[in-house]
Design a protein around this ligand. Structure first.
Ligand code: ADP
Ligand code: MG
Length: 332
């Protein structure tokens, strides 16, 4: 009868034009507002949910055309799978996903204040009190992930997002995250050069690493917060005075706390960084040890030691003149 024909026609329409049906999903429910950022594979937009007026961020991926993009598709699936299974105040929350003909959309909680990267660049560095407040949240978030055997593998200031003007942060970008067992390891060379742990840089036959890689990256970020420049850097390389490439610096764990930049930072903070930037992952602090470190237990001093203009301002006084941080791409 008529009804049956209508159903059949609809089915045929869907079958013949599957794209037009699914393509309405995201854009039916959300409108794009403006671009928030662009990473390696994705473009991130501010969007508004039409039914509620609520603002979100949406990570939009062009769908890989060829089979050579298998790694990328797997990364995307991994990111969605990881985010779907977690819920923590300091891990960016997943709202929705759409898998459409030419794009994949990942709708995320909005972090209105943007990247920690820009915050550090603007402030030039953070005080110990600010850094402690920040790292309490980061350690809590990563502990939550590590307790569930999820390793992030790309912790850096570009992937830590601020939700308010009071240094409340969320861990973002689980594009490289991986689920690994308690004692198990993984072997892929990936991450971002300045933040990557030494065991990831060892040659492929011997490469094995665990959750400890996240503690290393967090150690690099803590160092950066307290002084405004990175502990390991290509810019330090100097054939005459400092003949160590970035890889050599990291694999040997060779870094220092140059004066005058570190003069006002307390010994406990340095002790925590020293315990995180340990080349041997078996001797490196675990996330639980980081949380229990005496520096984390210190009461805020109220001292604002984040004196502006120090970095680069005393050029020539120090053997190593240090520059601030620069944005870095993730290597896959
Ligand atoms: P990629 O894997 O491409 O690096 P990210 O998830 O890191 O993707 O997002 C890229 C950039 O987009 C981030 O560094 C940040 O500037 C911005 N961004 C991502 N998610 C959000 C969000 N939820 N709120 C605000 N900005 C975001
Ligand atoms: Mg990123």
């Amino acid at each position: 009868d008529q009804d049956e024909i209508a159903v059949l026609n609809t089915a045929r329409f869907i079958f013949r034009y599957p794209k037009s049906r699914v393509a309405s999903g995201f854009s039916q429910q959300y409108s794009l507002v403006s671009r928030l950022g662009k990473g390696h594979f994705a473009t991130v937009w501010l969007c508004v949910e039409k039914s509620t007026g609520q603002r979100y961020a949406v990570k939009v991926f062009d769908k890989p055309a060829g089979s050579e993009d298998k790694a990328r598709t797997e990364g995307l699936q991994q990111e969605i799978a990881v985010l779907m299974g977690v819920s923590h105040p300091h891990v960016l929350c997943l709202k929705d996903t759409f898998n459409e003909s030419s794009h994949v959309y990942i709708v995320l909680e909005l972090a209105p204040e943007g990247e920690l990267f820009n915050y550090i660049v603007k402030a030039s560095k953070l005080s110990e009190d600010e850094s402690r407040k920040l790292f309490k949240q980061l350690f809590d978030g990563i502990k939550y992930m590590h307790d569930r055997n999820i390793v992030h593998r790309d912790i850096k200031p570009e992937n830590i997002l601020l939700v308010d003007s009071d240094l409340t942060v969320k861990l973002a970008d689980f594009g490289l995250a991986k689920i690994i067992g308690e004692e198990s390891f993984t072997t892929t060379l990936c991450g971002t050069p300045s933040y990557v742990a030494p065991e990831i840089l060892s040659d492929s036959r011997h490469r094995r690493y665990t959750k400890a890689v996240d503690v290393w990256s967090l150690g690099v970020v803590l160092y950066i917060c307290l002084c405004g420049f990175p502990p390991f850097s290509d810019e330090l390389y100097d054939p005459k005075h400092y003949p160590y490439t970035l890889t050599q610096q990291i694999r040997s764990g060779r870094f220092n706390y140059p004066s005058p930049y570190w003069d006002s930072v307390g010994d406990l903070a340095l002790d925590l960084i020293d315990s995180m930037l340990v080349v041997d992952p078996a001797r490196r602090y675990t996330i639980d040890q980081c949380l229990a470190h005496p520096w984390m237990q210190q009461k805020p001093t109220g001292v604002n030691d984040s004196t502006d203009g120090l970095v680069g301002g005393i050029a020539g006084l120090d053997v190593q003149t240090r520059r601030g941080i620069k944005r870095e791409r993730t290597l896959i």
